[in-house]
Ligand binder design. Sequence first.
Ligand SMILES: *Cc1c(COP(=O)(O)O)cnc(C)c1O
Length: 481
Amino acid sequence: MNTNILAPTAIVTSAAAQQQVKYNTKEIQEMDSAHYLHPFTDFKDLASRGARVMVKGEGIYLWDSEGKRVLDGMSGLWCVNVGYGRKRISDAVYAQMQQLPFYNSFFNTTNIPAVELAKTLVEIAPAQFNHVFFTGSGSEGNDTNIRMVRRYWDLLGYKDRHVIISRHNAYHGSTMAGASLGGMSGMHEQGGLPIPGIEHIGQPYYLEGGKGMTPEEFGLKAASWLEDKILEVGPDKVAAFIGEPVQGAGGVIIPPSTYWPEIQRICDKYGILLIADEVICGFGRLGYWFGSERFGIRPDLMTFAKGVTSGYIPLGGVMVGDRVAKVLIEKGGDFNHGFTYSGHPVACAAALENIRIIREEKLVDQVREETGPYLKQQFEALADHPLVGMAEACGFVAGLVLVKEKGATIFDAVSFPEDVGVGMVCRGHMFNNGMIMRAVGDRMIIAPPLVMTRAQIDEMVALIRFCLDQTLADLKQRGCL
Ligand SMILES: *Cc1c(COP(=O)(O)O)cnc(C)c1O
């Protein structure tokens, strides 16, 4: 085991990064809290502590305005799949901006990058997908899904078939419809959500609901909640089921192997459309172009965003399977939906170059065959740490559970009381030592850039272990252990 990590990467400074900054950190923080309302943030709390200012990215690393280097275990926000600093993407964007910075696709017009990207996406997606609808983000993609599945059933004459079933602790974005599809109670509380016609079932989180069962038994049980809900709502009222292949923002919830095939069977049985939200799982994250392939399901629609451009420029959309596309096209009539930036030529140019990089560097194969299995092995070995109840990985997402006391099985482990906020304590130590790892309750999660090498995986896992040690010492000192 690599225990000789004495110097956290945080102390690796970069003069080059500092030179980029025309203000000192304090000035930026003051302007920031004076004027900038951040997403998903307690504004008052942030103003009291000051934001960390990121000024440069290269490969898997970021530098802040103090010149400190950070290993980005989250790929920005699950999106920088090809890593930072890819000149090829910025060149492609620059060239497209000079050629044609914008034109819309509304009034029987199109543009070349959008067409090329649609063709490319169809090439990399499973065979049932031959059409794409572009949006500006993942949330807008999921809004599009709602509009599209309801339109589909309307066109077929099933005007009552409008209910969409999703899951608790799902994340499908933050627009009114995206947040409604999502199952985050904190989001539903603000804004009178969910909107009508959306139902939620339990998530396939083994640790939450699987006590006394094998993971496989629990997977079937969690899937059966879909059938229960369909029967409760009425099969003639249900339009679609939506789920992330692996839940991301919910805490990297990796479902048991039996779950998705059973969900597919139930959707087929009742003729319900299956929507895979691939915003995180797509573009190689799980070692396949789309996470659905990893779990052997055949969705009718797939939401994408994030990794499609590696986050360099905002872009999202929906892959529309033949079953739905055929009806929308053949029945005719306007689909009264779309965005100013649907098929934005610059965003599409960024996506095309990003996908070229993923293909040329064989990043999908690399994650599936080589670095994904290695990450799994190294990350899951963290389970021997006194604070770690369990650790699991799937492709390039991974999560571990912080526990106060281990038990004979994970179900017997003792959790920290909620007021300790153990995840946030741990995240603080990670952040201070140059490692970005996200906390979701007592789960600590990562989703590193797909370009990460074996040596960098070693470096990351050693750094995580170092920070876990610091967290342990801190918790002891506070009397929490
Ligand atoms: C991030 C995310 C979204 C929302 O995407 P935005 O681009 O932030 O609107 C939707 N679904 C999933 C699974 C996501 O992770």
